[in-house]
Ligand binder design. Structure first.
Ligand code: KG4
Ligand code: ZN
Length: 361
C-alpha cells in the first residue's frame, strides 16, 4: 500500500509518499519527500511567527502535495490512506494540515490517520535503519521537545524523561540569538563550535536530583526507581541564563565580542548540552537494559552529538542509530512511517478529530 503523509506542525510544509515493503525488519520505503521551508520568512523576525506560519502553510500545501505525488510517480488513485500530524505543535499550523488531509481523504474515499509528531520522529529511525534492536532507548531532541522514550516493542512508546523547561533546540536557538548568529541557531552554533575551545568557559550543567514542586507526575514509575527517574529529566534554562550572564559581563563596555570568543562560547555551550543529553540517555539505557540507542529530531543533526553518541555507543557496547540529515528535521516521510504503523494497528481517525497543540505520547 502507498500512503500520503502531511506535516504542518511548525514552520515546514511537508508531504511524502511512503510505501509498504512487505518485509518485517524494514517495513517502509520512501517514494517521495517534499519540504517547503519557511525559514526565510521567520528569520527576519528572529523566530517562528505563528500567524505567518499558518498563512504560508495555506499557500504551500496544495503545491507540496502535488509535487510529492508527482515525485513518487503516482496520483491519488494509487493512494490507500492519508496520514497527518495531529499535534503537538502550533495549533494554527496544525489546523491547516488536519483540515486539508480530512478534505482530501474524504473526497477520495480514503481513511485518514492522525499521527503524533514525536512518534514520527521516533519512526524516522525505523524508516532509515529498519526495526531497531529492542528494547531501544530513544531520545527525541528538537526545537519543541527533549524527551526520552523506551521503545520495548515496535510502535510502543513509554516516556521516561523530559525537559522541565526549555527544549535543547530552543536553548540552541536562544543562545544563537544572543550571540547574534540568527535563526535557526542550531546549525550556526554547530558550525561555529568547531572553531572554538569547548572548555574555554565552564558553564553549569543542571542535574535534577531532588524532588521539587515542578516535578511532573511520573510516567515511568514502574520502569525506573524514583531517584533515577528524576535524574533522567532535562533542564536547559539555567544554562541559557549562564550564557546570557557571561555574554553581558564580557560585553560590559558595549563592544561586540571578538569572533574567537564567540566560537569559544558556542563550543563550551554545546559541550554541556551534548553531555547532558548523552549522560541521561545512556544512564537510562543501562538501567532499562536497552539493546540500542536512537536519537531523532532536529538537534540530532548536530555533528558533535552524532560523533559523541557514536563514541559512547562504542564504549558501552550499544549500537547508536540517528536518521540521515534530511529525516532529522521536520518532514512528512516520518509522519508517513508512523501513520502506516498506526494504520496497520487498526487506528483510523474519526472525521471530527481535531488539531491538538499539546498531545501526550
Ligand atoms: O525537529 P525540528 O525540525 O522541529 C521541531 O519539531 O521542533 O527541530 C528544529 C530544531 C531547531 O531548534 C534547530 O535549531 C535545531 O533543531 N537544529 C540543530 C541543528 N540543526 C537543527 N541543533 C543543533 N545542531 C544542529 N546541527
Ligand atoms: Zn519535529
Amino acid at each position: 500500500m502507498h500512503l500520503l503523509a502531511l506535516e504542518t506542525s511548525c514552520d515546514e510544509t511537508a508531504a511524502a509518499v511512503i510505501t509498504e515493503t512487505g518485509e518485517s525488519t524494514r517495513p517502509w520505503r520512501v517514494g517521495s519527500s517534499v519540504v517547503a521551508s519557511q525559514m526565510a520568512i521567520h528569520r527576519e523576525w528572529g523566530g517562528v511567527v505563528p500567524e505567518l506560519a499558518s498563512r504560508q502553510h495555506v499557500r504551500d500545501i496544495c503545491g507540496v502535495t502535488e509535487k510529492a505525488l508527482a515525485d513518487a510517480g503516482q496520483t491519488m488513485a494509487d493512494i490507500g490512506a492519508v496520514a497527518v500530524t495531529q499535534g503537538p505543535g502550533l495549533v494554527g499550523s496544525l489546523l491547516v494540515g488536519v483540515s486539508f488531509a480530512k478534505a482530501l481523504a474524504w473526497s477520495c474515499g480514503l481513511p485518514v490517520v492522525p499521527v503524533h509528531h514525536l512518534a514520527g520522529h521516533i519512526e524516522s529511525l525505523t524508516l532509515a535503519h529498519g526495526e531497531l534492536p529492542m528494547p531501544a532507548a530513544v531520545l527525541v531532541v528538537s526545537g519543541g521537545h527533549t524527551s526520552l522514550y523506551l521503545v520495548p516493542a515496535p510502535g510502543a512508546y513509554r516516556l521516561i524523561g523530559r525537559t522541565r523547561d526549555d527544549a535543547a533546540g530552543e536553548a540552541y536557538d536562544k543562545v544563537a540569538k544572543l550571540l547574534g548568529l540568527g535563526y535557526p541557531g542550531g546549525p550556526a552554533i554547530d558550525r561555529l563550535a568547531r572553531q572554538g575551545h569547548d572548555r574555554a568557559i565552564r558553564f553549569p550543567s543542571t542535574r535534577l536530583t531532588h524532588a521539587d514542586r515542578n516535578e511532573p507526575r511520573s510516567t515511568s514509575g514502574e520502569l525506573l526507581p524514583p531517584e533515577i527517574a528524576r535524574r533522567v529529566d532535562f533542564s536547559f534554562s539555567g544554562l541559557k541564563t549562564a550564557v546570557l550572564r557571561h555574554v553581558r559581563n564580557a560585553q560590559a563596555d558595549g563592544a561586540a565580542l571578538p569572533d574567537a570568543r564567540v566560537a569559544d562560547i558556542a563550543a563550551s555551550f554545546q559541550r554541556v548540552v551534548v553531555e547532558a543529553l548523552l549522560d541521561r540517555t545512556f544512564e537510562a539505557a543501562q538501567w532499562l537494559g536497552a539493546r540500542s540507542i536512537g536519537i531523532a529530531g532536529g538537534v540530532s543533526a548536530n555533528s558533535r552529538l552524532r560523533a559523541d553518541a557514536e563514541e559512547r555507543g562504542g564504549r558501552f557496547g550499544l549500537p547508536v542509530f540517528v536518521p540521515p540529515l534530511w529525516l532529522s528535521t521536520d518532514n512528512a516521510a516520518m509522519i508517513g512511517a508512523a501513520g502506516l504503523r498506526r494504520f496497520r494497528a487498526g487506528h483510523i481517525g474519526a472525521w471530527d478529530f481535531n488539531a491538538e497543540a499539546s498531545l501526550p505520547l
